[in-house]
Design a protein around this ligand. Structure first.
Ligand SMILES: [Zn+2]
Length: 416
């Protein structure tokens, strides 16, 4: 076995091992506190609900571990047994080595590689989420989502991949700089296009109906200098009982979306606080900051891609024939499958930045509301209704959590 494959196996085992250890640590930590509701949560959650949240954490953890093991097994088989080069030869023989043929080969191989995870997706929705009463999707809707997602992925991905492959042959050794530029512009367009054109393909988004709630929320938006044009309500309940709110876009394309499930669960004060939190993200410049981060990381990824395209040993190590040399598609395929082994270790960094933004948006909401109470109430409800793990292990949450824990957020709301 060559050194590249040895490194691959080591990285795979290291990631899998770390991930499972963290999962088990986290689960034990929650289960050790299952006998009674910890003091700080007694105000708002009863023992049966609290224990249900621990059961939900346990079920998700077990499911996560099984699917991680399965994914790692599939990845090892595909890369070590030369499955990928066989696919590549088969599809290239059929579709040719032209720009459009190679782009189609890449798309189709990507699709085939996605097949093994479909049963897990199904199980997660119709067994796991169903068991805890969260799933609202039907089998028909689930299948339709997959079909729509694939068609959409093709409509957007196929021309983009073709452009990327074209750049490699046309732009010379610095093709990756152009590749990055194309990708960055695409990301910018998607920030605006996603809520406007793509989300409506899957969900109904309607401006909030007239009434006291709308008046109050718009008044808040005015008071914080946000000047909302519309606040959209999304029928999240079509698929899941989980509730959420989010912000997207920038400039005059900015949008605030509230799930119908959230509106149902919360009273007006709490919804105001949630909206204030989302406005906080906007006013504090979190969106351009996150976009700059994303741009920086994709620049790094393209630089690595540029380097790997010229490294013959890379594709060869994974059993690609010499005839595949100089072709970008084998490198892209390998990159697609392997990058997760490296980016996994960046997760604590990105989570940390994200948590910093959450604290800032929380403080903004508290100041806009003149009190920490409404946001604190809203967060408690969100955690309770979504059966979130109230006592994650500190190492686990600092590694994986994009949001601080409830305890951390409440402490920061009250004392900072
Ligand atoms: Zn937030």
């Amino acid at each position: 076995m060559n050194i590249v494959l040895v490194v691959f196996v080591l990285l795979l085992v290291l990631k899998l091992g770390t991930s499972i250890v963290l999962d088990l640590l986290n689960l034990r930590y929650a289960q050790a506190r299952a006998d009674e509701v910890p003091e700080s949560f007694r105000d708002f959650i009863d023992l049966p609900t609290y224990q249900k949240s621990i059961d939900y954490t346990a079920a998700k953890t077990r499911f996560g571990i099984v699917s991680d093991l399965y994914d790692a097994g599939v990845l090892a088989l595909v890369l070590l047994l030369g499955v990928l080069p066989s696919f590549y030869e088969l599809f290239s023989g059929w579709l040719g080595f032209g720009v459009w043929g190679q782009a189609l080969a890449l798309f189709l191989i990507g699709m085939v590689l996605g097949i093994p995870s479909i049963p897990f997706d199904w199980w997660g929705t119709f067994k796991l989420e169903e068991r805890f009463g969260f799933n609202k999707s039907t089998k028909k809707l689930w299948v339709m989502d997959k079909v729509k997602g694939t068609i959409l992925g093709f409509a957007i991905g196929y021309p983009l991949l073709a452009l990327l492959i074209y750049l490699v042959s046309a732009a010379g050794s610095l093709w990756w700089v152009w590749g990055f530029a194309v990708f960055f512009i695409f990301q910018l367009v998607m920030v605006v296009a996603y809520p406007m054109f793509i989300m409506p393909l899957f969900n109904k988004l309607e401006p909030m109906g007239e009434g006291d709630l709308k008046t109050r929320l718009f008044a808040l938006a005015d008071r914080t200098g946000f000047q909302a044009q519309t606040i959209l309500v999304m029928d999240g309940s079509k698929r899941s009982g989980h509730s959420n709110a989010f912000f997207s876009g920038f400039g005059r394309f900015r949008r605030i979306v509230l799930f119908d499930t959230l509106i149902e669960q919360m009273d007006t004060d709490e919804l105001e606080a949630v909206l204030a939190h989302e406005i906080g993200h906007y006013k504090l410049g979190h969106i351009p900051k996150m976009m700059a981060m994303a741009a920086l990381s994709s620049l790094g990824m393209f630089a690595v891609l540029g380097w790997l395209t010229n490294a013959d040993w890379f594709a060869q190590a994974f059993h690609f024939e010499a005839s595949a040399q100089g072709q970008i598609v084998p490198v892209l395929l390998l990159f697609m499958l392997l990058s997760g082994l490296v980016t996994f270790w960046l997760s604590p960094l990105t989570s940390r930045l994200s948590r910093k933004h959450e604290y800032e948006a929380d403080a903004f909401a508290r100041d806009a509301m003149g009190s920490y109470a409404p946001l604190s109430q809203a967060l408690r409800k969100l955690h309770k209704e979504n059966l979130s793990n109230l006592t994650p292990h500190p190492i686990y949450s600092s590694f994986h959590y994009s949001h601080p824990t409830l305890v951390e957020r409440e402490a920061s709301l009250r004392f900072e």
